[in-house]
Design a protein around this ligand. Sequence first.
Ligand code: V47
Ligand code: SF4
Length: 381
Amino acid sequence: MIPQLSIEEVAKQYSDKQLLAIADKVKNQQRLTEEEGVLLFEKGELGFVGALAAHISRRLHGDKVYFNRNFHIEPTNVCVFTCNFCSYSRLYKHRDEGWEMGIEQMLDIVRKYDGQAVTEVHIVGGVHPKMNLEFFCELLTKIKAHRPDLHLKGFTAVELDYMFRKAKLSIEEGMQRLKDAGLQSLPGGGAEIFHPEIREQICADKVDGEGWLKIHETAHNLGMHSNATMLYGHVESYAHRVDHMSRLRALQDKTGGFNCFIPLKFRNKDNDMSHIPEVSVIEDMRLYAIARIFMDNFRNLKAYWPMLGRQSAQLTLAFGVNDLDGTIDDTTKIYSMAGSEEQTPAMSTEQLCDLIAAVGKTPVERDTLYNEIKIYENTTA
Ligand code: V47
Ligand code: SF4
């Protein structure tokens, strides 16, 4: 069981006036300013931010922790961009070292799940110069025709920005075409850190922060939902993290279209930032907790277990997280190539339920939009 202290019990242990004022705000459901966000990163001990975050998560979700049954399709790892943190991509001139899938090959992946209760396919990959909007519309149409019940979540804002510019379409026009072909929501990738000071150092050549936000806003305005991520633990400062979360919070105020926020820990194997050490588990947990406290209009905070590793992901459940993503079925390579301990990421429903139940929480299977599919009251999946 995860120990649960009330805000009052926690506050008794602290005398710092600024921290106590933040605890009061959390108790009264008031929004934190950016300065208070930075202050939490600077001064908030793990026990303090953890108790506040757990309080919020309990208020919103009780003991429920969500997961879904999903698989990924990664059409290619060939990419025109050169993000320094990426261990996964290969330039077009080195495409013989990577992979490029045709439509039939991707449909074969979908057919593997015939008769299985998966609810979502997550389609994301490198930005291949020859895989264009028409190609992806055909893919989406064919997947939908084969499996109408599958929720199609696909394409980072980075892929979309390139696709639409190449097709000489506005964001609205391009997004509408994909929506007509069956696309239902967008994953959160490509956000990294929005602030240009950091973006220039880690991913200078792809869509900027404003562009990323505009693409998600457009999707929301068309009635689609999306996720948001933040790549943390490299060269960014606390102020950059808070700036990033604040921009997402502002867009969520405007559209309400984000399903969840997913902090992604920088992993340092085999990339151009390998000299930067990975942050500690304590820093991971502090970040999840502060995200839960600061992002007051995001109902769902997701720990993506293939990236964090399943033990750390389980630990986040005590620090404000209420979602662990899905079964995955070993269909993504992004994190195994970047050095995650999960080299063949796949978890059965039983394993996910056990992981959640082991810390006294109630596993709940959800669909992409967080509609509840099944509550596992006594853990037998
Ligand atoms: O944008 C790439 C990250 C993202 C590394 O929406 C890295 O449900 C750490 O966004 N270390 C793509 N992170 C994946 C992504 C995602 C994953 C799971 C669920 C969802 C969702 C979205 O992966 C990239 C980048 O931020 N990434 N390389 C690395 N070395
Ligand atoms: Fe390409 Fe995405 Fe890797 Fe950047 S993170 S190089 S956009 S695959």
